[in-house]
Ligand binder design. Structure first.
Ligand code: FES
Ligand code: FES
Length: 167
């Protein structure tokens, strides 16, 4: 049985009729052509499917569509709306953080939320935030370096924008 579900996807109001028990990750990829969120484990263990739900990182493979009603969903395609994503992408790129890249969208979503909420995250903060994101290729060192570089870039940007007396 289908149900009309209304929600915001990357700032655009959407309404579609789907089974209420269908999973957001499948609807994103199969119905809405939002394929940056990846499906890997499908059981909430790897973070490849990470999206922001009302601003908080959430596994799209664990979200039933009835849980999405009225929600604000941001996928990797919509991360430009969160200014901190610029630092995250640059930091990860500068450190060549990924190999195959399959995990990259999920890591980017999680790190963008962290940098938005924590002005100067420590390595411990980063490792804690990324505890739900798995990478099968890198051993994590390059990703952690990329996240720390993103934090440095944000700090530098803040200093550049500060009045001289505060810089
Ligand atoms: S696919 Fe959702 S957590 Fe792995
Ligand atoms: S770079 Fe391949 S899974 Fe992370």
């Amino acid at each position: 049985m289908t149900q009309a579900i209304r929600f915001s996807l990357n700032g655009t109001a959407r309404e579609l009729k789907v089974p209420a028990s269908s999973r957001l990750i499948d609807v994103l990829r199969d119905e809405l052509d939002a394929t940056s969120s990846k499906k890997a484990c499908g059981i909430g263990r790897c973070g490849a499917c990470m999206v922001l739900r009302n601003g908080t990182p959430a596994n799209a493979c664990l979200l039933m569509m009835w849980q999405v009603e009225g929600a604000d969903i941001v996928t990797p395609e919509g991360l430009d709306a969160v200014p901190d994503s610029v630092f995250v992408r640059q930091g990860l790129t500068e450190e060549n953080a990924f190999q195959c890249g399959y995990c990259a969208p999920g890591f980017t979503v999680t790190l963008t939320a962290l940098l938005r909420d924590v002005a100067s995250p420590t390595e411990a903060d980063i490792r804690e935030a990324l505890s739900g994101n798995l990478c099968r290729c890198t051993g994590y060192h390059s990703i952690i370096r990329g996240a720390l570089r993103a934090a440095d870039l944000k700090q530098a940007d803040s200093r550049a924008g500060a009045p001289d007396s505060l810089a």
